[in-house]
Design a protein around this ligand. Structure first.
Ligand code: SF4
Length: 214
């Protein structure tokens, strides 16, 4: 995939991030904002947050939820996402003394458990945050990954998140750079080829057994 699609260099942090800490918070916000929407909408919501000086935990804690929702309106289901962002920020403020680094610096199982306790953070969002903001080698199983695996008869639609992730971890030794790039390549592959209606011709995985109608 890498030869065909080129290096992806994810996560696509914006140029607005002034410090590594702000970049980490931007990744967290992006991971919440991207739920059920296209990345372009996320990009616009993040730009609005930067304009409002809200890529900052204390500022996000201070702003009221309806106002935050208006600012991230472009991300779709913006009221739900505002509630989730506020819940995330509250949790970091109260449980980790306002330090995202303290949360992300926990060993992987504890950090993942802490994230999963937060309202609106499911396994996919937690793993995206851990992989790209926390630099933990945990693989993200998103809808794109599942579709590619199903079409290549490596999974069924009924397989659970943890099961698919465990299988991936078993086959691909934990390596942060590899996991970063692997997930990004699956996303790119899915945008270019493995769409709702598969475009197998020219796909880098075309030579492997597959059923594009699955
Ligand atoms: S070969 Fe077809 S089914 Fe397989 S990943 Fe590419 S587009 Fe999807």
């Amino acid at each position: 995939m890498k030869n065909a699609l080129g290096p992806q260099g994810w996560w696509p942090v914006s140029r607005d991030a002034a410090t590594p800490a702000q970049a980490r918070l931007e990744i967290v916000l992006g991971a919440v904002l991207t739920q059920n929407t296209a990345w372009e909408n996320v990009r616009r919501a993040l730009a609005a947050l930067y304009r409002a000086r809200l890529v900052d935990l204390a500022a996000l804690d201070a702003i009221n939820e309806p106002h935050l929702a208006e600012i991230i309106r472009s991300s779709g289901t913006f009221r739900v996402k505002a509630r989730r962002i506020k819940a995330f920020v509250r949790s970091v403020q109260r449980e980790f003394a306002g330090s995202l680094e303290a949360l992300l610096g926990l060993p992987l199982p504890q950090a993942r458990a802490a994230l999963l306790r937060i309202h609106g953070v499911g396994p996919e969002t937690a793993d995206a945050i851990l992989l790209y903001a926390g630099r933990h080698a945990t693989f993200v199983i998103d809808a794109y990954t599942r579709r590619v695996l199903v079409r290549h008869q490596l999974a069924t639609r009924r397989d659970g998140y943890d099961d698919l992730q465990a299988r991936f971890h078993e086959k691909v030794p934990a390596n942060l750079d590899v996991y970063h790039e692997y997930h990004a390549l699956i996303v790119e592959l899915s945008k270019r080829h493995c769409r709702a209606k598969a475009r197998c011709e020219g796909c880098p995985l075309e030579g492997f057994p597959h059923d594009p109608s699955a």
